[in-house]
Design a protein around this ligand. Structure first.
Ligand code: ZN
Length: 140
C-alpha cells in the first residue's frame, strides 16, 4: 500500500498535467486511474519523495516495472530509461505523421519505446480512433 499522501499525489498529477509521462495518455481517455510511479524503483533504493515520483498509465508502469535501463537495438547500447520529470518528452520522442506511433528520436527515446512497448498493437489501434476524433495527442 502506498504511503504517498493525497496532497503529494495531487501535486504530482498537476505537475504531470494529469497524463502518462511516457505515452502521454491523458486521464480523461483512460478508464483506470493513472498511477503514481517511482522513477527509481523502490527495489532499487528509490524513495517516495516528490523528486522520485511521476504519473504513468497502467500499461507503461507495468512494462517499466523495476527496470531502470532499456536496450537500443540501433546502437546496441544499454541505456537509462527516459525520466519524465527531468527530461523533455519532445527532445526524446515524436509522433509518427499519422500520430498513432511514438518514435524515439534519441538512444534513450528508442530504448524507452521498446522497453515500455509504447506502440503495442492495441495502443496504436486506440490512438487511431482518438486522433480521428481530435482527442490525441495532447495539444500542449
Ligand atoms: Zn503510458
Amino acid at each position: 500500500m502506498s504511503k504517498i499522501s493525497r496532497k503529494l499525489q495531487g501535486k504530482i498529477r498537476r505537475q504531470a498535467k494529469n497524463r502518462c509521462g511516457y505515452c502521454l495518455l491523458p486521464q480523461n481517455l483512460n478508464p483506470t486511474f493513472l498511477e503514481i510511479e517511482h522513477l527509481q524503483p523502490v527495489a532499487g533504493g528509490g524513495t517516495e519523495t516528490e523528486e522520485n515520483l511521476w504519473l504513468a498509465c497502467r500499461e507503461c508502469n507495468s512494462h517499466k516495472s523495476a527496470k531502470i535501463y532499456g536496450f537500443d537495438e540501433k546502437t546496441g547500447r544499454r541505456i537509462r530509461l527516459y525520466n519524465p520529470r527531468r527530461q523533455n518528452w519532445n527532445r526524446h520522442f515524436k509522433f509518427s505523421d499519422d500520430k498513432t506511433k511514438i518514435i524515439g528520436k534519441t538512444v534513450c527515446g528508442r530504448a524507452t519505446v521498446e522497453t515500455l512497448k509504447l506502440n503495442s498493437e492495441i495502443l496504436v489501434c486506440v490512438r487511431r480512433l482518438w486522433v480521428e476524433f481530435d482527442l490525441f495527442p495532447p495539444k500542449d
